[in-house]
Design a protein around this ligand. Structure first.
Ligand SMILES: Nc1ncnc2c1ncn2[C@@H]1O[C@H](COP(=O)(O)OP(=O)(O)O)[C@@H](O)[C@H]1O
Ligand SMILES: [Mg+2]
Length: 314
């Protein structure tokens, strides 16, 4: 990857995180995830950048980078997941804030799973789902066999993978959502989740932590829930019509692998109920953050240091 570090520094110093469109160098937004925003800039149009929430000190950044590296190698070595190339860039900006960017090769929008889903046929759906299932099962086996010691988490949503459906059976999807490295050692999540909660209004952080965070993170370690979450997002992408097909592909695969007693059959009603609850969790989290941005920028006229997603349609 050819990252021009000087240009990245200039970009950062001209960035208006509260209103990215008002920045000196205006970024092209590639996608809003639930937590961070991915964008590119004209001078390096083949690179995707993820700007992380601010860290408090260099030790936090070092620990975070170590967690991402370890996580990516676990995904590859244990789950046979091809992970996108990545590189870290951290430096002090003109506000003396220690900022970290994660750079990745920019993948084509058409290859990204949720975009493929929008127009895919049942056969293409099957190719994508089977390719992911193979990896999820490896993750399941690892988590099951090591359940006293280690566990890997994964956000299996289609929007985190790039596919090249070329007619072959296995498309070797590339996984690129690596900025939330989820793995537990002796039950303890290794990522300092406080970093992400910092973008919440401080007086409400305790509420989110207490009420939702454990529940939200648990499900990424549980293959049944990873699958429910993946399929529930078909609602968001307006492909409810493919939910039944996806469920029969998944359930048949679990049966063939003799895993129905351990992972449990997926039911349509569970997918639908989950979607309602999940949409609620994230829209609450986002609206709390928008409220905080409003207070900071409009009422207190302070600097606001997070790029928030625009309205997510559900
Ligand atoms: N390397 C990349 N190339 C092109 N688009 C990307 C890349 N990484 C992320 N995106 C876009 O941004 C969205 C969110 O990125 P992701 O890595 O999944 O972060 P999050 O943790 O916020 O979900 C993706 O669904 C995709 O549309
Ligand atoms: Mg994502």
């Amino acid at each position: 990857m050819n990252v021009d570090v000087k240009a990245l520094g200039e970009f950062e110093d001209s960035l208006n995180p509260a209103f990215p469109e008002k920045s000196g160098i205006v970024p092209e937004i590639l996608g809003y995830g639930e937590i961070s925003t991915t964008f590119s800039m004209a001078s390096m149009s083949d690179i995707a950048f993820k700007r992380m929430p601010p860290f408090e000190n260099s030790e936090q950044i070092t620990a975070y980078k170590k967690a991402v590296r370890k996580y990516c190698s676990m995904l590859t070595d244990i789950c046979d997941i091809q992970v996108s190339d990545y590189a870290f860039y951290d430096f002090f900006n003109c506000h003396e804030e220690h900022i970290l960017y994660v750079a990745q090769p920019r993948l084509s929008q058409e290859s990204i799973g949720h975009n493929v889903l929008k127009t895919c046929t049942r056969h293409e759906l099957e190719t994508m789902v089977i390719a992911m299932m193979k990896r999820f099962i490896l993750l399941f086996k690892f988590n099951y066999e090591n359940r006293q010691n280690e566990s890997i988490g994964l956000d299996g949503q289609l929007s985190n993978w790039s596919f090249h459906l070329s007619g072959k059976n296995d498309t070797d999807p590339v996984y690129f959502d690596i900025t939330t490295p989820l793995f537990r050692i002796k039950g303890k999540e290794q990522l300092d989740t406080g970093i992400f909660l910092k973008s919440c209004p401080s007086f409400l952080t305790w509420l989110v932590r207490w009420q939702f965070l454990d529940e939200v993170l648990d499900r990424y370690h549980d293959v049944h829930m990873i699958l429910i979450d993946m399929v529930a997002n078909f609602h968001k992408e307006c492909r409810e019509d493919l939910i039944d097909s996806a469920l029969s592909i998944i359930n048949a695969y679990l049966e063939k692998e003799n895993l129905l007693t351990k992972i449990h059959i997926l039911k349509k009603s569970e997918v639908d109920n989950y979607y309602k609850n999940d949409a609620f969790i994230w829209s609450l989290f986002l609206s709390l953050r928008r409220f905080d941005r409003f207070m900071k920028t409009k009422i207190f006229r302070q600097r606001y240091n997070f790029i928030l997603p625009g309205k997510i349609s559900r």
